[in-house]
Design a protein. Sequence first.
Lengths: 112, 112, 112, 493, 493, 493
Amino acid sequence: MKKIEAIIKPFKLDEVKDALGEIGIEGMTVSEVKGFGRQKGHTEIYRGSEYTVDFLPKIKIELVVTDQQLTKAVEAISKAAKTGKIGDGKIFVSSVEQAVRIRTEEKGESAV
Amino acid sequence: MKKIEAIIKPFKLDEVKDALGEIGIEGMTVSEVKGFGRQKGHTEIYRGSEYTVDFLPKIKIELVVTDQQLTKAVEAISKAAKTGKIGDGKIFVSSVEQAVRIRTEEKGESAV
Amino acid sequence: MKKIEAIIKPFKLDEVKDALGEIGIEGMTVSEVKGFGRQKGHTEIYRGSEYTVDFLPKIKIELVVTDQQLTKAVEAISKAAKTGKIGDGKIFVSSVEQAVRIRTEEKGESAV
Amino acid sequence: MKTYLLTIALITTIALGALPLRADTATNLPAPTVEQRLSALEAYINNGDPTGALPKDTNGNLTITAPTTVGVPGPGHNAWQMTSAALVLFMTLPGLALFYGGLVRRKNILSVMAQCLLITGLVTILWWLCGYSLVFHSGGKFLGGLGFAFLNNVTSAPNTDYSYWVSHNVFSMYQLMFAIITPALILGAIAERMKFSAIFLFMTLWMFVVYFPQAHMIWGIDGFMNGVWNAKAGIKAIDFAGGTVVHMTSGWSALILCIILGKRIGFGRENMAPHSMVLCMIGTGMLWVGWYGFNAGSAVGADVIAANAFMTTTLATAVASFVWPMMEWLVRGKPSVLGFCSGAVAGLVVITPACGFVTATGAVIIGVAAGLIPWFFCYKVKSWFGYDDALDTFGVHAIGGTIGAFLTGCLARNAANANLATNLKTQVTDSFFQPLVLEQLKAIGLTLVLAIVGTTVIAFIVKAIVGLRPSEEVEVAGLDLADHGEEGYHQAG
Amino acid sequence: MKTYLLTIALITTIALGALPLRADTATNLPAPTVEQRLSALEAYINNGDPTGALPKDTNGNLTITAPTTVGVPGPGHNAWQMTSAALVLFMTLPGLALFYGGLVRRKNILSVMAQCLLITGLVTILWWLCGYSLVFHSGGKFLGGLGFAFLNNVTSAPNTDYSYWVSHNVFSMYQLMFAIITPALILGAIAERMKFSAIFLFMTLWMFVVYFPQAHMIWGIDGFMNGVWNAKAGIKAIDFAGGTVVHMTSGWSALILCIILGKRIGFGRENMAPHSMVLCMIGTGMLWVGWYGFNAGSAVGADVIAANAFMTTTLATAVASFVWPMMEWLVRGKPSVLGFCSGAVAGLVVITPACGFVTATGAVIIGVAAGLIPWFFCYKVKSWFGYDDALDTFGVHAIGGTIGAFLTGCLARNAANANLATNLKTQVTDSFFQPLVLEQLKAIGLTLVLAIVGTTVIAFIVKAIVGLRPSEEVEVAGLDLADHGEEGYHQAG
Amino acid sequence: MKTYLLTIALITTIALGALPLRADTATNLPAPTVEQRLSALEAYINNGDPTGALPKDTNGNLTITAPTTVGVPGPGHNAWQMTSAALVLFMTLPGLALFYGGLVRRKNILSVMAQCLLITGLVTILWWLCGYSLVFHSGGKFLGGLGFAFLNNVTSAPNTDYSYWVSHNVFSMYQLMFAIITPALILGAIAERMKFSAIFLFMTLWMFVVYFPQAHMIWGIDGFMNGVWNAKAGIKAIDFAGGTVVHMTSGWSALILCIILGKRIGFGRENMAPHSMVLCMIGTGMLWVGWYGFNAGSAVGADVIAANAFMTTTLATAVASFVWPMMEWLVRGKPSVLGFCSGAVAGLVVITPACGFVTATGAVIIGVAAGLIPWFFCYKVKSWFGYDDALDTFGVHAIGGTIGAFLTGCLARNAANANLATNLKTQVTDSFFQPLVLEQLKAIGLTLVLAIVGTTVIAFIVKAIVGLRPSEEVEVAGLDLADHGEEGYHQAG
Ligand SMILES: Nc1ncnc2c1ncn2[C@@H]1O[C@H](COP(=O)(O)OP(=O)(O)O)[C@@H](O)[C@H]1O
Ligand SMILES: Nc1ncnc2c1ncn2[C@@H]1O[C@H](COP(=O)(O)OP(=O)(O)O)[C@@H](O)[C@H]1O
Ligand SMILES: Nc1ncnc2c1ncn2[C@@H]1O[C@H](COP(=O)(O)OP(=O)(O)O)[C@@H](O)[C@H]1O
């Protein structure tokens, strides 16, 4: 099993979710994160004080997939999340050794 | 060392924490996430507009444990987090290569 | 490629970011988490009711680096985040198999 | 809009029409003399009877044509009464909704707001139908008649049973605002765990069984406990702005209902900390400001009594808002914002029945009592007994209202309110244990019985018909989504 | 500050100076008799003309020295008018800013607030320059003259064209608050997607093209549609507190502008749920409370008409706030907080033109209509047509204002407002389809044309000069950062 | 409660008792004539002396029985004063608490609220003890006597030193609200880093050392700088609603205290952006609305001067709220919500001393100055000097108050306030550099010295006794948890 972590632009979440749904993936976990990278942040000014906000709001999607699903999933995400503009984000893949579905105590790929 | 990531129902957090405490695990990191899976979301209506909220609030627990603690920890979580109803969540296990305790610069298992 | 996850004290974020910048690392993802460990929480009292808050606000930094950058990056973080007081946090390192830059579809180390 | 024809209009529509007093006698009577017109006008300043010095026949009818300033509202008094009514509404929307809403968990914030809004609409409709009439029309000792049903006969002319210079329709709306906030106070005890439909039914019944009778008994011109104005009152009690009517009824009903309802799931185990002390504090500020309408407005006129009530309300509230957190500081090491807020509200509650009857010194004493006793109840007594009065409606309103009713008996002074000399000469002797105290105790007893028995009966009826609590699943997920299909806050987007 | 010399001061500065009426005649005229002074004083109570019973020459000038109570404001009326003006400002800042701000997405909350604040400053400056004058100075049927430009001649003495007892400067500030909230209402339809500079330009032009003419026509003493006070009005319409002037103009303009502007990016696809129903509900409470200044304040004096407006406003609003969520409960299974809030605002909108003219029964009927019809528009009609009226300004204000104008025609009753007998004797016959209805329909038509044509023209001018919408990137990122360089909320720190 | 016996009651308790003037002479004197009664009544309309036209002996005692309208409050004036007092409290609770609270970081929001609440309770108690007396009882030039300690002799009858028609107890509560908000303003400069116990002690001392003397000097009937009413004033300055008393004292004290205190940990390095511009904007709206009570209420009566103050306050505030963000737009490319809010507050501050003395034109000039100068101080000057005035109390209140005091000297006009002709005939010549300007400069100087010296001394005393700052750990973690054991917001649950 593989874990895919994708950092994307927030307004792309729905499209990514749908793209994953189309290839049969219907489990994922999402969180709000702040990203720092090439995309420039913005400056906020409050009376005399300027604050540079380097961290931009991003969405992190985490999903564990079977080895076969991996390529299709990465492609689906990367296609749906792309705008072609700086700051589109990254996808990272790593290995997962075990998975458990708490409700049923199933283990392994069937738990995903 | 292994990293355990558990996605659980929010109101189960205290029970899981206590269960882990009982087996001697007292370090973990918790975040609020939104989960998407088989459990159905809900619909919100604001005047004429309906919004389907597919993403449900979940809690993600991350903890790094020594290899020996692994089985007990996974069991403790899975027992404490279980309600038997859909949406109870998942536990994923992966490998961690290195750990550092920032305060003391200890490395490896003793840092966990 | 390696993934570094660092749990640090919130007010240290800027220093850590700068320290990483100095060694040429300019991509990372940050999230607000709650940590549970040796550092004691606090008690809140509302009229007659006491609530013990065990979970303390922490910042989680995630960054994927090339194998060569790893040691320098871990050192930079651990130096910048250190106060010497309990609760300074942890750094965990694990392996990443693949990375994709969504915008360009670059893969591997160049995507990081 | 300017009122070109008002002078004429008033003579034709109001003076000749609405006021039966002069309706048939307006013609052919001698015109008022300058002296008579002047005395009618002077009465405006003192919020007195404009016909006080005018000649009347044995039936009390004027034997002269009424001056144009008789049977009409006075601008200063009407202005203050409209302002006061708006302020009392402000106490509920959004004051109380924020005070309570801040104290619940995030998932239930909207349920509190919806309940406050529901009560506002519901009680207004009941008030219009017959509620106002049952309280303020004369009728019996325990309930009024139906002469004002549908607000019939409730015009802009004053109802001299309650005020010489405030429009009857303004008075009725002012009193409506009290009828709205009273049941809304109950919501604090039962927050986070009562079905919306159950609240709907409960509140409807409660208004008829508890509020209307109690309000009539205390404030109705022929009410059983209206010691100030009803010479024939069975219990010669006094309650300036609603210590028994508002706070005791709601507070004691809240206790009963929350016991019948049972504790919230997870009570004592889960973290149920207020989701936003910020909202709670905003609500407190609004309650305090709005309460000037509640207390000083209860003089029904911008007169010397209103002025006194304004001062006593300020003193008692500020003192209590200081004492409560100081007790926390002493006992727990930290004065909390919730302590300041609770103290302020407790001060407002306890001074409510007393504000128009006590002096500055009395107000300060009341402030100290209000900071100590409800604090002790919320801090200690509640945990001894273990009932789940979620937001301390009992500790603050029931205890506060009861102390207030009692201390009003001890501290009412002729120097503060000359009306005490009318029907209560023998009760108010200006000593701490004056005879009035006994009357107040009787009133407290009767109010307690009404609230407790009434609520018990209603609660079981409601339980039988629609049930009281939502399913466990709904309660855990929060009432906002289940009952209203909405969430209080959305982060993203 | 105490006013030691006020009596003297008033005689010298105001009585002798400001009022041309008596300016040259004040000397050598006989002093007023006690009887005359008394009648001037009695007029205060009834908000009537203090010179009504005084002797005048054929030009209408007094033939006696004016009593000291002529040409000066009356305390009760002035107190109420100042309170009302403050309340109406409260409706915009922060009432409407919260009501609308809560309904947008997090990233646009500050843009709504900034727009409300901008309009407040901008409109005040226009008002001072010439806006007040164009509306309330006499001049033509469609627009007033410039005699009050820079608020010249607008002193603390009453302007008897509009009130006998309220200071002219207070009246001008009171009316300013209406001129502020009206364009601010438009913001609801175009929220989240219009450039700040475009709003600036649009609103400036709109005040001149739509608001000032409409307000003069309805409320100006010689206005074309001022049925109550202008005997020569072309259309004998009535609009107590601004159904056509405030709600129809803003609501219909909002529809046109939101259509010209186009839909928000992602409309119908993305989740655009209100980011904080809590703020929205707080705003609703403030709007309701402030609206008493709007409606009862429109009597310009704390008189019998204000009292009636206070009652009708309460009844209609509470009923509508009840009916709308009950319809939701029926149709969708859940009464929502937004339903309660929308119902309340709809009730307030629909009763606005009617409040000073209808009885309690009329108000309840209006409340029911206000709960049903705008609900149906927001719930159904909007989705049929598919325009993106972001926060339902059209559904609530345009539809509500139009229904209100119509129902005012049907339900205006002589019993509620004696002024209807002045110039509208033949229009108001106390039946549902009385002749007044036709006049109201004419006024509705003219208002519609003015709002629609005016807005269309202005919108295209603004589009040509500065453009209407921000870049897609800005819109997606949110207007707060792009237009104002700020974020509504910061978590960390 | 209706006031059946009020006419009688007033004669017995007040007319015969409370007012020494008539206490011993009430019997056996001839009754007032109709003409005399009428003139006493007419004085109500003009907020004048009801005994002005009545016959008196050489000691100033009436030689007739006082009419029933002498020595009693007037409803319209009392209504406005009570409304105003409530509005000024609203400015602090929750207005200022939100304005300031929104600008601090999340972890300190409750500390600001707790501090505002603490000051409210604390100052009320000091006021009751002796504060009111030290300010408003006659005594010396610099401090009053103790005749009103414990609010003794402060009844519902007017204190004719300050008002003919407003109840003395209402006046005392109204002035209390000023005494509350003034120290609370200081909180802005020292936010996020001063110990709660240190604030407690500092504020207690500061009231005695700075506020009570300053308020007495400016407003006390025999005050050293009371140019309007005290013919023997050493400095013939004017300050309508508190430019020196409220804003200069608090603003300059804030500067000194924040310098002595030192900067916040991380100042200039860490992100200290406001945690909620939304709360800040809500607070601004409330401040603006409440400020009508502050400014127009300072006329102590709903008279021509109040009316003028209402207008000038609106104009100056709206103009300043427009100018400040326009400067931002020009200089930085973006008008910010904080700019709009800061401009509004600056406008309110600068017009405060002037509002009752200037014309509409003067108000607009003041609005422009208020938008430019404090903006420049917050935007530029502050960063030049580098002190950590956390929320710009100095930039807005000290600078604003000082400009206001100066411009009041330049723009006070006889046409705006007839009282200027009493004791200031030679000072107010209706030109920009009239002699009054010099008096204002003297008052500015004396106020500066008092605030700066007073604050320095107190700050070092407090430092010695309890220390000023919390531990570094506490400051970093936030004051909410450390000082109050609470958090502002809870996400979960
Ligand atoms: N090395 C990295 N490790 C973890 N997250 C990264 C890394 N580099 C970039 N990111 C995440 O990806 C987001 C986009 O990166 P950025 O450099 O701005 O643009 P792009 O993806 O177009 O190269 C960042 O905001 C950050 O959240
Ligand atoms: N493949 C996956 N990868 C990551 N998270 C998952 C995956 N599948 C499910 N989850 C997480 O687990 C939660 C529960 O899953 P769900 O399918 O609703 O019920 P159950 O756990 O009972 O099968 C989801 O809300 C989501 O957060
Ligand atoms: N085993 C663990 N797995 C994951 N996170 C941990 C673990 N132990 C500690 N942490 C995180 O590190 C933070 C600091 O740990 P703590 O024990 O309080 O102090 P220290 O880092 O000084 O030993 C915790 O709040 C938690 O977020």
